[in-house]
Design a protein. Structure first.
Length: 202
């Protein structure tokens, strides 16, 4: 089994459109999507997110998250806190690197999500450019959202039409220029732009 950890924005973008989303095994590498409890905490702390995604706290989605959320041992919790602290300290010390090129400094929750991959083997999924930079610095496995969707499409978990719908609803994607999409490695299928991961098995 290969754990795939969704950040808050990725979960919010996909959870209502792909049913079920969490805890389902797919692909040759037996990918399983999950989230940390921190995702719930982040949404509930934000009035804007709670207002924009009223379905988040419904019984259906809460039960799915509860079933898929990972339980950590006391040792793992201590290791996670330590790794999160290192990543957060690194961001604060290098903050200028995270405020250029359309990036934003990774938040404490972002750092915790990335730190999880240093405690348990997992791939983080996010479209946050600051998180990608931090992951590269610490050699943490990370995907963009289009890489995940490409794998789900190959495993027939989503259709071309559903992928198109997801991207049409994603304002950040719509705002990307052609050159930026090309630089990020986007390829064409079914008349729309969706990335193909390089060197990854299905």
């Amino acid at each position: 089994m290969t754990l795939v950890l969704l950040d808050t924005n990725t979960y919010l973008r996909l959870a209502k459109r792909i049913r079920p989303l969490l805890g389902v095994t797919f692909g040759q590498k037996k990918y399983v999507l999950t989230v940390l409890k921190d995702v719930e905490n982040e949404v509930r702390r934000s009035r804007a997110l709670s207002y924009q995604f009223p379905w988040f706290d419904t019984e259906e989605f809460g039960a799915e998250r509860d079933a898929a959320i990972l339980r950590l041992t006391a040792t793992e919790k201590a290791a996670l806190a330590s790794a999160e602290s290192v990543l957060r300290g690194y961001v604060l010390a290098e903050v200028d690197r995270y405020t250029t090129g359309g990036r934003h400094p990774p938040s404490p929750t972002d750092c915790r999500v990335l730190a999880f991959s240093q405690v348990r083997e997992a791939i983080v999924v996010t479209d946050d450019l600051g998180m990608h930079l931090l992951a590269q610095d610490f050699e943490i496995p990370i995907w963009h959202g289009w890489e995940l969707l490409d794998k789900m499409r190959s495993a027939k978990m989503v259709s071309n039409e559903l992928v198109r719908e997801i991207y049409e609803a994603h304002d950040a994607f719509q705002g990307l220029g052609g050159e930026v999409r090309k630089e990020l490695g986007f390829g064409l299928f079914g008349g729309m732009m969706v990335g193909r991961s390089k060197g990854e098995g299905r």
